[in-house]
Design a protein around this ligand. Structure first.
Ligand code: PFF
Length: 476
């Protein structure tokens, strides 16, 4: 592609693509294909999608560029980059590590479902389409089955991160992610051809703002952060590997576009089919595991089977390239700041994550403790994407805008003036003033609505944890 027009040697271009794919590997994951469709479904569709896109463009893009710039400038991972600049800011990195730990307290549960579905599809799931919905319900509430798959999935992460061989999984991602993209297109076309499918597109893209409340706006913000891997220092760590001569703005644009493209495509693959099948858009976390197999069953024969297998293999690999980046945030903190050996750090943190996942998985089957009537799976999800990541993103912006100097940032982003970024002033204003205020406003609206829907106490718990992290992080 770019080789004929670019004056740069091929290997530079190749390594640049490698970096973009690695960052996109972290971004594109369960957040796009599992979480985006069901959150859009539960949040009323079009208006949620519209607000999410606004947040991606005006907040997500700017925060990602900020994280890349901080990472490349300091050359350090999440905690180190804050600590080396100003010790008082260490807690922002620590909060990121905590987010990584908690997200890994439920992510492998869903990663395990994706893995299990490769085998379920292979074992004949598609031959009884009418039983697909019940089969998912039975599967996740059966205590041992999902736990076993979660364990295997987590183990795969351990092996990859322990050996530091994320290169292998990234290579697999480079083949399987484009393949997943193609399969999503095929599924979308198939879904759109079903009678009654247009209602699904309308649901997804025609905003009905009467359905919007603080909860929906906060969900859209949380989705943008979660999907783009922002607000917890992951992209700071990735930024520390970017070469000085690479164009941060362009890289940010490519990663953001790929991530958002996959999410929208997943929506287009699922909603038309759901409406055609007469299913509920608010079907919840099982959406992709019920709708997609049903579509493949509809296709029938060997083609349906092969595409379904490839879809769940692709989904599992996309999930893996994201979860290893989450695990790596926690592991690199333990190695860099606590002086642990890599193997001890990986095993120690994954044991904790595994325990959290066991409680989270059981909570979906109605087993295990609840807090204010909410199960552990939902609590981890609520605490992380709706509170910690948003607050983390706000802190990253305040740090860049008020603690780093404008000219240093300009030098970093423009490669000492070699790259022109005419929107630098706008980006800086967004980061310094507008995004922190916008996030604060959305958070307050979300907490208010949270109280109306009985989730307020959990949100206050989240804020309490952030305050405690601030107080105790000097010891960490
Ligand atoms: N972005 C990932 C996804 O969409 O599945 C999840 C994630 C990875 C969130 C890494 C945060 C992170 F730091």
């Amino acid at each position: 592609m770019a080789t004929s027009t670019s004056a740069q040697p091929r290997d530079t271009w190749g390594s640049k693509l490698g970096f973009v794919m690695a960052a996109a590997g972290s971004a594109v994951g369960l957040g796009n294909i599992w979480k985006f469709p069901y959150t859009a479904g539960e949040s009323g569709g079009g208006a949620f999608v519209f607000i999410y896109l606004l947040f991606v463009i005006f907040i997500g893009f700017s925060v990602m560029l900020t994280e890349f710039a901080i990472g490349r400038k300091t050359g350090l991972s999440a905690v180190g980059s804050f600590k080396s600049t100003d010790k008082r800011w260490t807690f922002t990195g620590v909060l990121g590590v905590l987010s990584g730990l908690l997200i890994m307290g439920f992510y492998p549960v869903v990663g395990g479902w994706a893995l299990a579905y490769i085998f379920k599809v292979g074992g004949g799931l598609l031959s009884t389409p009418e039983a697909i919905g019940d089969s998912f319900g039975g599967f996740i509430s059966h205590p041992m089955q999902p736990l076993t798959w979660m364990g295997i999935y987590l183990l795969l992460n351990v092996v990859i991160v322990m050996k530091g061989i994320s290169g292998g999984i990234e290579k697999a991602g480079k083949i399987l992610m484009p393949l997943l993209f193609v399969i999503l297109i095929i599924v979308s076309v198939k879904g759109l051809m079903l009678p009654g499918a247009m209602a699904g597109l309308e649901f997804l893209f025609m905003p009905d703002f009467s359905k919007v409340d603080g909860n929906v706006v906060l969900a859209a913000l949380g989705q943008a952060f979660f999907s783009l891997s922002l607000g917890m220092g992951c992209m700071i760590t990735y930024g520390s590997y970017i070469k000085k001569k690479e164009n941060l703005v362009q890289t940010t644009g490519m990663v953001t576009a790929m991530d958002t493209g996959v999410a929208l495509l997943a929506g287009i693959a699922m909603f038309p089919a759901m409406f055609a099948f007469g299913m509920e858009p608010a079907a919840g976390p099982g959406l992709v595991f019920v709708v997609v197999p049903q579509l493949f069953a509809e296709m029938g024969g060997a083609v349906g089977l092969v595409l379904a297998l490839l879809f769940f293999i692709g989904l599992t690999v996309a999930a893996l390239t994201s979860s290893v980046s989450l695990l790596e945030v926690v592991v690199s903190y333990l190695i860099d700041e606590k002086g642990l050996k890599r193997s001890t750090a990986v095993i120690g943190s994954s044991v904790v994550m595994g325990l959290l996942c066991i409680i989270a998985s059981l909570s979906l089957g109605g087993v295990g403790p609840t807090l204010f009537g909410t199960g552990v799976f939902d609590i981890f999800d609520l605490l992380t994407d709706k509170i910690f990541l948003a607050v983390g993103g706000m802190l990253v912006c305040i740090f860049a805008g008020w603690r780093l100097s404008r000219s240093d940032l300009e030098k970093e982003i423009t490669n000492d003036g070699e790259i022109s970024f005419p929107l630098f002033g706008l980006w800086y204003t967004l980061v310094k003033y507008i995004i922190p205020v916008a996030i604060a406003v959305v958070a307050v609206m979300g907490i208010k609505s949270g109280f109306d829907s009985g989730k307020g106490a959990i949100m206050l718990l989240g804020i309490g944890i952030i305050v405690l992290t601030g107080i105790f992080s000097k010891k960490l």
